[in-house]
Design a protein around this ligand. Structure first.
Ligand code: UDP
Length: 307
């Protein structure tokens, strides 16, 4: 059972689970996800979709072995649009799905986020870092809901012995993102392909570390398959400034777009890079796909959307 299975990462994870011969039931209210992400999966044996908001309640008939909680709007442009839904799905939704996992005796995986580190004062970020989060800022709805989701997950593990996993997902990109997702990779690619200026927020000296979705999904499955209840960072440690990223995308697309500079959003983290030593050591997992290779795999999808 996978909440948010029609989302960008969720739909890739569904495909990987079907490839493992799992039966997959998606619960998704399609608030920021798209049924079209499931094209190609809907006809496959063992796949089922149900339009449902997991913040309300969750009832599933029959046995369930795995409960994977990926549902949540996750782009910074979603934060002002859906702040209450985001807090609810991270808190009430997590509680409902933990309850389902407990009732069914299922393993539970929480898709957490690098946002639990906020605007980090430690770089790169290991899982042992507690973070630097503004609870009342524009990102607080997402960051604090995910921090609460982690606390809920550990509480169920400690109080009920629930078999839980936590993956902290860092910036991820690839086919299946909305063209108007608002995050930096879809924005820059869409702008470059249209010959429009690439919009850098601030000077572009802020950094991110971008993981191609196939690597990320492999990482999530490795977390799921492990025996470790404490969180894992899952992301690519290849760090790049946003200005370098803009130039890389202009070159990769062969675009003549210029770069323009605008205001920096409030509480926009300055630097972000996962320390993935724990995943390397305990899971034998690390990303394999470079940014250059990942962009090559992503561009045809956005060219299609633009056509
Ligand atoms: N950003 C940008 N231009 C855009 C979109 C994003 O300069 O059109 C910057 C944003 O300010 C942030 C970084 O790119 O510093 C990554 O933003 P994104 O929305 O992808 O995700 P975040 O990592 O902030 O959650």
């Amino acid at each position: 059972m996978i909440s948010g299975g029609a989302g960008f990462i969720g739909s890739h994870l569904c495909r990987a689970l079907l490839d493992r011969d799992c039966q997959v039931v998606v619960l998704d209210n399609l608030l920021t996800s798209r049924r079209a992400n499931l094209d190609g999966l809907e006809g496959r044996p063992g796949f089922e979709f149900s339009k449902h908001d997991v913040s309300l309640d969750v009832r599933v008939d029959g046995p369930v072995d795995l409960v994977l909680h990926l549902a949540s709007p996750a782009s910074p442009v979603d934060f002002p649009a859906f702040p209450i839904q985001i807090v609810k799905v991270g808190t009430l939704g997590t509680h409902n799905l933990l309850g389902l996992a407990r009732a069914k005796g299922a393993r539970f995986l929480l898709a957490s986020t690098s946002e639990v580190y906020g605007d980090p004062l430690v770089h790169p970020q290991p899982e042992s870092y507690w973070g630097n989060v503004n609870p009342i800022g524009p990102r607080g709805c997402y960051d604090e809901a995910k921090r609460c989701a982690e606390a809920f997950t550990m509480a169920y593990h400690r109080a009920h012995g629930l078999d839980t996993r936590i993956a902290r997902i860092f910036n991820t990109y690839g086919p299946g993102m909305r063209h108007d997702d608002g995050r930096v990779v879809p924005n820059f690619i869409t702008q470059a392909l249209a010959g429009q200026p690439l919009t850098i927020y601030g000077s572009g000296s802020q950094t991110r570390s971008l993981c191609y979705v196939d690597d990320l999904v492999r990482g999530l499955l490795a977390v799921l398959d492990s025996d470790e209840n404490l969180p894992f960072n899952v992301g690519n440690p290849e760090e790049i400034t946003i200005l370098e990223l803009a130039r890389t995308i202009i070159t990769a697309t062969g675009s003549r777009s210029e770069i323009v500079f605008g205001d920096r959003p409030e509480d926009d983290p300055e630097r972000r890079r996962p320390d993935i030593s724990r995943a390397r050591e305990l899971l034998g997992w690390e990303p394999r796909i470079s940014l250059a290779a990942g962009l090559e795999l992503t561009l045809p999808y956005f060219r299609n959307l633009a056509a």
